[in-house]
Design a protein around this ligand. Structure first.
Ligand code: PHE
Length: 330
């Protein structure tokens, strides 16, 4: 017994363990022989010896199983070690990836608004007329709908033309106060040097009790944000029109190419338009059932920001998937 326990303990691989198993438990193994001897014993000692033999069998079985498990684990570890990849090995190929400029720009935008305690909300790309237009103070047949050429489906559904419908969805599922941005793809029937049928926007919305949110608050956040994105630029707010904000403004930064002197990119004006914004129109609050609140909203095109930050001349090159573009941003 002791001798066999020692043998099991000293086995160094699964092969040896198997040999030992056969020698103990096999048809011609030692246990079989011991059990055969039982027949010759007198009846009065038979049960006692048989019991001892069974206990011995159990013990050997357990010890053997345990040792086998240990060895199996060790062999698996060795196997894994053999196949390990040396990640420190020098490679002559420089296959490093790079963030797409649009993703990089979005990450920066999100970084800013997260730091200002805005939440990130999302909505569907296939939208309903109500969220994309109607609730945003753009009734059917309103001429302002022509500002955004729309892709329609058969059943009143459409590809969202801006991220503003997420304002509506968020206000309908949440009580004020609200501080949110919503990044995502939008779609318009447009295609030339500065327009692609799909591009990305970031929407912003802040709503609180009536009187708590002013145009000055809006100007502070957007100016701070634009300095974060573009550094030391001049900023101006130009009166404009959006159906869902009143008053509305467009925001320009001084041209980052000519520093405001006038060049081809800014059409000699010295300014670049980068944002649309305004105080949320009362009709929008009415559509979502909000009372006694005030708020501001803004929207921007991520590609436009990316092109300005990275000085990319053609919008379409952002979507061609040409590695020569990405290779410049490693
Ligand atoms: N939705 C507008 C657009 O796509 C941008 C915008 C958003 C303007 C919110 C004002 C307020 O042009």
């Amino acid at each position: 017994m002791e001798e066999w326990l020692k043998k099991i303990e000293e086995a160094i691989n699964l092969e040896e363990i198997e040999k030992i198993r056969v020698a103990i438990f096999g048809k011609k193994g030692i246990l079989a022989k011991e059990f055969a001897k039982l027949r010759e014993l007198p009846n009065d000692v038979k049960p006692k010896v048989a019991k001892e033999l069974n206990e011995l069998k159990d013990k050997l079985n357990k010890v053997l199983a345990k040792k086998r498990e240990e060895l199996e684990k060790k062999e698996l570890e060795n196997e894994l070690k053999k196949d390990a990849i040396d990640v420190s090995l020098y490679s002559p190929f420089n296959n490093k990836g790079a963030l797409h400029p649009v993703q990089y720009t979005l990450d920066r935008i999100i970084e800013y608004f997260i730091s200002m305690n805005f939440s990130i909300e999302t909505g569907p790309l296939v939208e309903e007329d109500f969220y994309n237009f109607e609730a945003l103070n753009l009734p059917k047949y309103h001429p302002a709908r022509d500002m955004q050429d729309t892709f329609y489906f058969k059943d009143e559904k459409l590809l969202r033309t801006h991220t503003s419908p997420v304002q509506i969805r968020t206000m309908l599922k949440q009580e004020p106060p609200i501080r949110m941005i919503s990044p995502g793809a939008v779609f318009r029937r447009d295609f030339d040097l500065t327009h692609t049928p799909m591009f990305h926007q970031v929407e912003g919305l802040l709503v609180d009790k009536k009187g708590k949110v002013s145009f000055a608050n809006l100007k502070f956040i957007l100016s701070d944000f634009l300095h974060f994105m573009f550094g030391d630029v001049d900023i101006r707010y130009r009166p404009s029109f959006f159906p869902f904000t009143e008053p509305s403004a467009e925001v320009d930064i001084s041209c980052i190419f000519c520093k405001g002197k006038g060049c081809r990119v800014c059409s000699q004006t010295g300014w670049l338009e980068v944002l649309g914004c305004g105080m949320v129109d009362p009709n929008v609050f009415k559509a979502v059932g909000y009372e006694n609140v005030s708020g501001y909203a803004f929207g921007l095109g991520i590609e436009r920001f990316a092109m300005l930050i990275h000085k990319i001349p053609d919008l379409r090159s952002l979507f061609e998937g040409d590695l020569r573009l990405l290779e410049q941003f490693r």
